[in-house]
Design a protein around this ligand. Structure first.
Ligand code: B1M
Length: 208
């Protein structure tokens, strides 16, 4: 088994203590950080499929997510760029009722590397907390809202509507597995991105 396959296998079974060392070994073997990250994202897809099939349950999903987060910590300095910020501040969070944060954290990392200062509100963020954060922080140009559940898509809609209704001059980008470009347009977001890399590209475009 290659080191990268080993990382994938250990994330799937939630070996949090082993994953950081294996990620480092995969890097030392010359694997690209992007490829190691993709292997861990693939692990989470397998975990999701097993959950859907009733082969594993919430605790197993949770420990796999923890293992991936530990692996991402090792990659962060290699993926995050120099963080020189000139595009203003991005307020980011996962919408109300939704506790998924791995994708949101990757989006935050890539947006930061694109040149934004990032204020991360975490998960389960009510719509009015996004608005409060825009007011409380300096030079907020962008709000990024993540949603991973079909049941929290209405919360995404409410977040965008509340931010827009506030009249504050910010752009809003949305994304997450159940979100489509059509839904993003329908709820009045300024942009949609399917993954963290394209979220950073779109973020720069809409703020420019
Ligand atoms: Co949950 N979960 N989960 N879960 N979970 C999913 C999402 C699910 C698809 C699993 C499944 O059934 N196959 C399913 C949702 C089904 C649906 O709504 N259609 C699901 C469910 C049902 C649930 C619970 C309801 C289970 C239960 O309790 N019965 C529950 C809900 C809790 C809640 O939020 N209120 C729940 C709980 C959890 C855990 C807490 C145990 C854990 C999350 C831990 C954590 O995040 N710290 C968890 C996990 C780990 C998953 C899976 C397995 C993995 C998610 C993940 O991290 N993926 C997931 C299955 C799957 O995704 N295949 C699943 C890796 C990550 C890199 O991808 O988050 O998609 P993702 O992010 C991508 C893109 O979506 C995009 O870029 C990212 C990277 O490129 N993106 C953006 C994300 N945000 C963006 C924002 C943008 C742009 C792009 O702009 C702002």
């Amino acid at each position: 088994m290659s080191k990268i396959e080993d990382v994938k296998a250990k994330v799937e079974i939630g070996k949090s203590k082993l994953v950081p060392g294996l990620v480092q070994e995969a890097l030392d073997e010359g694997n690209k950080p992007e490829d190691i990250l993709q292997a861990m994202v693939d692990s989470m897809s397998v975990v999701g499929e097993k959950f859907s099939a009733g082969e594993i349950f919430v605790p197993e999903m949770l420990i796999a997510a923890k293992a991936m987060s530990k692996g991402v910590d090792v990659l962060r300095p290699l993926l995050a760029g120099d963080g020189a910020s000139s595009l203003g501040t991005c307020v980011i969070g996962t919408v109300a009722g939704d506790l998924h944060d791995i994708g949101k954290n990757l989006v935050a990392m890539m947006i930061e590397s694109a040149g934004f200062t990032v204020v991360d509100l975490g998960v389960d963020v009510p719509a009015d907390k996004f608005v409060a954060a825009i007011k409380e922080n300096e030079n907020v140009t962008l709000v990024a809202c993540s949603g991973l559940l079909t049941t929290t898509m209405p919360a995404l809609k409410e977040a965008v509507a509340t931010i827009k209704a506030s009249g504050l001059n910010v752009k809003v980008i949305v994304g997450g597995a159940p979100v489509t470009p059509e839904y993003a347009a329908e709820i009045g977001a300024d942009a949609y991105a399917p993954d963290a890399g394209s979220a950073a590209v779109k973020a720069k475009e809409i703020v420019a």
